[in-house]
Design a protein around this ligand. Sequence first.
Ligand SMILES: Cc1cc2nc3c(=O)[nH]c(=O)nc-3n(C[C@H](O)[C@H](O)[C@H](O)COP(=O)(O)OP(=O)(O)OC[C@H]3O[C@@H](n4cnc5c(N)ncnc54)[C@H](O)[C@@H]3O)c2cc1C
Length: 393
Amino acid sequence: MLDWLNEDQRALRDMAISFAQKEVEPLANQIDIEERTPDSLIAKAAEFGLFGLYTPPEYGGSGADIVSVCLVVEEIAKASPAFAGALTVQMVLCPKTVEILGTEEQKQRLLPLSASGERLMAYSQSEPAGAANVASHLTKLEPDGDGWRIDGSKLFCTQSVAKSYLVMCKTRNHEGQVGYGCILVEQEAEGFEVLPYEHKLGWRGTNTGPISLNNVRIENDGILGDVLTGGFSHRAANHANVLAHAATSLGCAQGMFDKTLEYVKERQLYGKGMYELQPLSYWLAEAHAKLAACRALLYSNARAFDNDAMEPAMGSVCKAYIGDTAFEICSKLLQMWGGSGIMDSTGVNRYMRDAKAKCIAEGASEMHYTIIANQLLHGVPSLARPADSGAEK
Ligand SMILES: Cc1cc2nc3c(=O)[nH]c(=O)nc-3n(C[C@H](O)[C@H](O)[C@H](O)COP(=O)(O)OP(=O)(O)OC[C@H]3O[C@@H](n4cnc5c(N)ncnc54)[C@H](O)[C@@H]3O)c2cc1C
């Protein structure tokens, strides 16, 4: 499969395999248990160029395509889906949003620092009223003299060691018109606070938690794109990110599969190899078939995306279908480990927990199925039906 990959893509995949095995795998259980990615690994990821992989060379990155991004993220997720999860935000979603919305000055200021890992970004949209229910969001940007002030709070922001925040919020311009914008808020700004975050089930390589914005002053150079539409007008960044996200789900399930296959070959039950129990060997075969189907789905769409030819809603198809399938696979394969799989020491139950987190982060599967249904029924790949207003992500 993937015999169409070019030389650069193959070389990058080989480097990612070696990076994942040498640098990520030995720390994967520690990341899950301690609920943070060690600084040493963040530094090695920066050195390897991971944060700038999808950033154009003129802004300090290596300008890889989304196929390459998916290959790299998949390999890292095989070792640690939790670490790969935060990576997609910092490698794809945030820099691409800045690339699409930013002025030349903003791109020169933000992207090289993000690509080098010196100043990583976070993406913050979710609020207690519902992540995509933007009509009910309370965080607002209002004019303040010759600048602006933002006030409110956000939830579930995947931050890791981010220092710059892209905050999606309601906006009102100096003429009184209202919209939904994308605002850059720096961690050092007066009134900005990272609030305590909770322990979570999966994706423990990063902290995901609330931020508070208490009347934070924003200058004009902190507005990304049009103040009234920036929050909606970076769809290509969201589409690229859901593909990268699907790659983390695929890597997660493949990592679980690889470890389970090794285990099953060794495990003796009733004096025979465990694989001789027919239902269990069928589970492996079924998981293998599903992984092959998911891989074909993902990479054909990633290739289409790189050629500006991805069909509407196919990003959502990849995100929801591969995410849900990965969870099913991890859950079933965990069963084959018996009690040992439930114990943390075997280092496999984290795959099932990470796979579940991935079915919710970056839009719950059902949200993506709504987008697909709206494309099928109304010809619009959107969370909102044409007749609705303000409910679009
Ligand atoms: C690990 C993790 C990391 C995250 N990181 C970030 C981040 O960095 N930035 C950020 O802004 N957010 C982030 N989120 C939030 C994430 O995007 C939301 O949790 C997700 O979109 C679901 O929204 P919600 O939690 O508000 O659930 P709700 O909106 O309350 O929805 C609850 C459930 O209702 C169903 N549902 C909701 N809307 C629809 C719909 N339109 N159609 C069909 N069914 C629907 C779904 O089953 C959904 O799970 C993260 C979440 C997790 C778990």
